[in-house]
Design a protein around this ligand. Structure first.
Ligand SMILES: Cc1cc2nc3c(=O)[nH]c(=O)nc-3n(C[C@H](O)[C@H](O)[C@H](O)COP(=O)(O)O)c2cc1C
Ligand SMILES: Nc1ncnc2c1ncn2[C@@H]1O[C@H](COP(=O)(O)OP(=O)(O)OP(=O)(O)O)[C@@H](O)[C@H]1O
Length: 143
């Protein structure tokens, strides 16, 4: 499989669900680029705890990632135009609408597929595959 792949998300406090998503995405091509959402653009859930650059640097260090990029502040299609992906992989639970993204890409003349990664379930007692749930457990046990 050849080609450039884009994955994206907040990636605040990394966990094995993130690894699963990024492995799934990486398997669809040979160069995985990850766009890390700017804090100001995370509006559908609690704002990230960690700074933008720290989240970018941690994702960038993962073995399956060719390069992690901080997202654009105003226009999410600017990094996509620069990276020129063959496929964009959405997370299994991301609220983004695949057809809406396809339409916006077509309008911009960007030729790439849009697909979705598979979910990942806990494999043992206590494994937490969600940043929000990790934060909840910290508050519960240390708060
Ligand atoms: C195709 C695509 C491109 C994105 N590009 C950017 C971007 O350039 N800048 C940014 O701040 N967020 C970007 N986002 C992230 C969203 O703004 C949103 O915050 C993100 O989906 C959060 O995902 P999560 O809830 O899974 O962590 C992008 C999302 C998608 C689907
Ligand atoms: N358990 C999981 N299985 C598969 N993919 C996951 C899992 N957890 C997160 N991801 C994916 O990783 C990407 C980034 O997720 P995000 O940073 O929002 O983490 P999260 O842990 O789901 O956050 P929160 O718990 O705050 O909603 C998203 O595409 C999401 O679908």
């Amino acid at each position: 499989m050849t080609g450039r792949v884009i994955a994206q998300g907040t990636f605040d406090i990394l966990h094995p669900g993130h690894l699963h998503y990024l492995r799934d995405a990486a398997a669809l091509g040979d160069e995985l680029h990850v766009i890390v959402a700017r804090r100001e653009n995370v509006t559908h859930k609690a704002k990230p705890v960690l700074p933008d650059r720290q989240r970018r640097d941690m994702v960038d260090a993962l073995e399956m990632v060719a390069e992690a990029h901080l997202g654009h502040r105003e226009d999410i299609f600017v990094p996509i135009e620069r990276i020129e992906p063959d496929v964009i992989v959405l997370g299994h639970d991301q609220h983004h609408d695949e057809d809406g993204i396809r339409a916006a890409l077509a309008e911009r003349g960007i030729d790439c597929d849009v697909t979705r990664a598979s979910p990942c379930e806990p494999r043992y007692d206590g494994e937490l595959l969600s940043t929000g749930r990790i934060v909840d457990r910290i508050l519960d046990r240390r708060g």
